[in-house]
Design a protein around this ligand. Structure first.
Ligand code: NAD
Length: 438
């Protein structure tokens, strides 16, 4: 990391100190996010006087989600919806069902959505939601009841003009259909624009399912040109083979790259000559995991990080690349499909080792970009064809990435800091124009 200029501002206005749960503690994603904001503050010029606003989510809701289990007993789950910032438009961000979800994690994910939406310049603030549950332990009926009750509970703060959820880890088109229906029936009329990532037959958009992976591939291909890497001969390793990692892996393989290693929640597989990605996708759809794929060898999970590859795509969970493994990574380029996969310590190690990191806040913005197209199509009830959607997606991603690359060159900073510079300036500019309320 090059040296940041000293803050050109006089001291920030006095604020009440952050409560302990909002403070950086290095332990969780929210602490990582706060460190990222601190790193960018010196580059914000006069707008840095508003930076405190980025360090506090605007609104955080914790809800109890009680449901009848199939065995007749009642179970309670804890759910969250956080709207980090709404200066640029309604809140926007996914809903995660995972046993490790916490308020602090959802706060960080909502903040990264604010940054991401501003980075690609879609007219949204940032939000995120989640339920602390392992959905694999629920029956389909239990999953539906939990999704519907959660939607009713957060219904007081979401809406097509207020906050628009979407899929994230362990949530899919069916969950979005249940959310849309529950919200609509509570309101008394169908409101397709309340969520994105819906089935196409319910107002969803063509191309949405593949959009995040397509965005990962698009910025990866753009960055490769800058560093003289030939995608068609590159070796790729992917962590997480769900919506994001699976599609990104498929697109790289279609471009000629060899996907040599894949890791998911159940294990890691490797094939020097390259995995047959379409067959692997079918295997995962059938069995729920990459483990047991016949045309590959199983390797220890920890060895995944030292696999000989040119491109590494983390597409699972946060803080996977950390001080413990960043020094062993062989890739020249890391494309962050997941949100928050790299800790600040790892960022520094990778920077010193000349590994190019394409940060989540631009690399995985393809999903929210096509979510924006879906929302626009829902409002106008006029639907575009897939070629148009993909062309618009690629154009937005390329233009956003080119601007960020230039800011990184001009300021001699990492692409993460450059993306934060672009995004924070946009957010804080609207903050200044609107005043204190948003
Ligand atoms: P998904 O549920 O479709 O897939 C998640 C994948 O991660 C699965 O293959 C799972 O096995 C794997 N995984 C889970 N725990 C793991 C672990 N401990 N080690 C290794 N692998 C593990 O989820 P997704 O939608 O592909 O989301 C993946 C990441 O991408 C998340 O960080 C999410 O926030 C981010 N993201 C998703 C979207 C989207 O449109 N779906 C958009 C932007 C960012």
């Amino acid at each position: 990391m090059s040296q940041a200029p000293s803050t050109p501002m006089s001291a920030a206005p006095a604020s009440h100190p952050l409560p302990s749960y909002l403070q950086a503690n290095n332990l969780g994603p929210w602490g990582v996010y706060l460190q990222q904001v601190d790193r960018v503050t010196p580059y914000l010029g006069n707008l840095s006087r508003w930076v405190e606003t980025l360090k506090r989510p605007k609104r955080s809701l914790i809800v109890d989600v009680p449901i009848h289990l199939d065995n007749g007993t009642v179970a309670h789950f804890e759910g969250y919806r956080v709207q980090h910032n709404v200066s640029r438009g309604p809140g926007k961000g996914g809903v995660r069902f995972h046993q490790d979800v916490t308020l602090s994690e959802v706060m960080a994910l909502s903040a990264w959505m604010s940054i991401k939406n501003a980075a690609v310049n879609v007219p949204y603030g940032g939000a995120k939601g989640g339920i602390r549950v392992d959905p694999k332990t629920l029956s389909r009926g239990e999953l539906e009841r939990m999704t519907r009750r959660y939607t009713s509970e957060i219904g007081i703060i979401i809406g097509p003009n207020k906050d628009i959820p979407a899929p994230d880890v362990n949530t899919d088109e069916q969950i979005m259909a249940w959310m849309m229906d529950t919200y609509s029936m509570n309101q008394g009329s169908t409101a397709t624009g309340v969520v994105t990532g819906k089935p196409v037959d319910l107002g969803g958009s063509l191309g949405r399912r593949e959009a995040t992976g397509r965005g990962v591939f698009t910025v990866g291909a753009e960055a490769a040109k800058h560093i003289g890497m030939d995608i068609s001969t590159a070796r790729v390793a992917v962590q997480g083979f769900g919506n994001v990692g699976g599609i990104a892996g498929k697109l790289f393989a279609e471009a000629g790259a060899r996907v040599v290693a894949v890791q998911d929640h159940a294990g890691t597989i490797y094939r020097e000559a390259g995995l047959d990605v379409p067959s692997l996708l079918r295997h995962v759809a059938h069995t729920g995991s990459v483990v047991g794929f016949a045309q590959a060898e199983a390797i220890a999970n920890d060895l995944f990080w030292e696999v000989d590859c040119d491109i590494l795509i983390p597409a699972a969970l946060e803080q996977q690349i950390n001080a413990g493994n960043a020094g062993r990574i062989k890739a020249r380029m890391i494309i962050e499909g997941a949100n928050g996969p790299t800790t600040p310590e790892a960022d520094d190690i990778l920077h010193d080792r000349n590994v190019l990191v394409l940060p989540d806040v631009i690399a995985n913005a393809g999903g929210v970009t096509v979510s924006y197209f879906e929302w626009v199509q829902d409002f106008s009830s006029f639907f575009w064809d897939e070629a148009e959607i993909n062309a618009r997606l690629v154009r937005i991603m390329r233009e956003a990435f080119a601007g960020i690359w230039q800011v990184a060159q001009d300021n001699k900073v990492s692409l993460r800091t450059a993306t934060f510079i672009v995004a924070c300036k946009r957010i804080l500019h609207t903050r200044e124009l609107r005043g204190l309320y948003p």
